[in-house]
Design a protein around this ligand. Structure first.
Ligand code: NAD
Length: 250
């Protein structure tokens, strides 16, 4: 019996990295999973040949898309038990003096407004059911300074605040909300960092600042998301959990 047997889940940013690992893990643990990503090919690859998984191309920053997608999912499956609002973009490294309001807006729309839209449109269904788990991907960058990525860090601090605040809206409903805060994980987002280091032969140095002396793997974040999604986390609510090898404690 899987840890998510019979549960119905939406995972965003599931065309790559952490979202792909989590969507596959949730399905392996018995959930019916809708895998969502802007990248249609990526998300199709995530579900290919797998049981209980469907792919959908969509933009998490579009309220029209998110509302329709959740409504269709609930109509098809009779409810929704889990949302992993994980899609995100880094925005790259741009000097402060070159940053524009458009640049900030682009990042906040995906990283912060995206999770807000999933909370807004999925939680009423969960409240009606009297149960549900929402997990949002924040970052260690939202807990402590990550030099040079101002809007990214601000968006992730915003996600933590969203989770803490919404926990009050959901008080007494049986619906839980938490955030996971990854450290440096090798994914599509961080590929340029790893590629550059490999090109210079300095890949051994990546992760040396970390107490575990290595970067993380997407599956290691997916495992935390699985725990938070499952009934094992029935008394875990309104929290933001670093999964970072100890980076934020060092
Ligand atoms: P990734 O680039 O491998 O995956 C992110 C996915 O989100 C991509 O497939 C992308 O197409 C999708 N996406 C981007 N914008 C979207 C949109 N508007 N609508 C739908 N999908 C969209 O990166 P990842 O590292 O797996 O990132 C997953 C989450 O983890 C992000 O929120 C990221 O900020 C967070 N995170 C990553 C790290 C890391 O080191 N990789 C560290 C901390 C937090």
């Amino acid at each position: 019996m899987g840890r998510l047997e019979g549960k119905r889940a939406i995972v965003t940013g599931a065309g790559s990295g952490i979202g792909r690992a989590a969507a596959r893990l949730f399905a392996e643990e018995g959930a019916t999973v809708l895998a969502v990503d802007l990248n249609a090919d990526g998300v199709a690859e995530t579900v290919e040949g797998r049981d209980r998984m469907t792919a959908e191309a969509g933009d998490v920053s579009s309220e029209e898309y998110v509302a329709d997608s959740i409504r269709n999912f609930v109509d098809a499956h009779g409810g929704i038990d889990i949302v992993f609002a994980n899609a995100g973009i880094s925005g790259g490294w741009v000097p402060l003096s070159d940053q524009t309001p458009d640049y900030w807006e682009q990042i906040l729309k995906v990283n912060l407004i995206g999770p807000f839209l999933y909370v807004k449109h999925a939680s009423p269904h969960m409240v009606d059911q009297g149960a549900g788990s929402i997990i949002c991907t924040a970052s260690v960058a939202g807990i402590r300074a990550n030099a040079g990525v101002h809007p990214y860090s601000a968006s992730k601090a915003g996600v933590i605040s969203l989770v803490q605040t919404v926990a009050y809206d959901l008080a007494g409903t049986g619906v839980r909300i938490n955030a996971v805060c990854p450290g440096l994980i090798e994914t599509g987002m961080t590929k340029p960092i790893f590629d550059m280091a490999r090109g210079k032969g300095t890949e051994d140095r990546i992760g040396q600042i970390n107490p575990l002396k290595r970067a993380g793997r997407p599956e290691e974040i997916a495992n935390m998301a699985l725990f938070l999604a499952s009934d094992e986390a029935s008394y875990v609510n309104g929290q933001a959990f670093p999964v970072d090898g100890g980076l934020s404690a060092s």
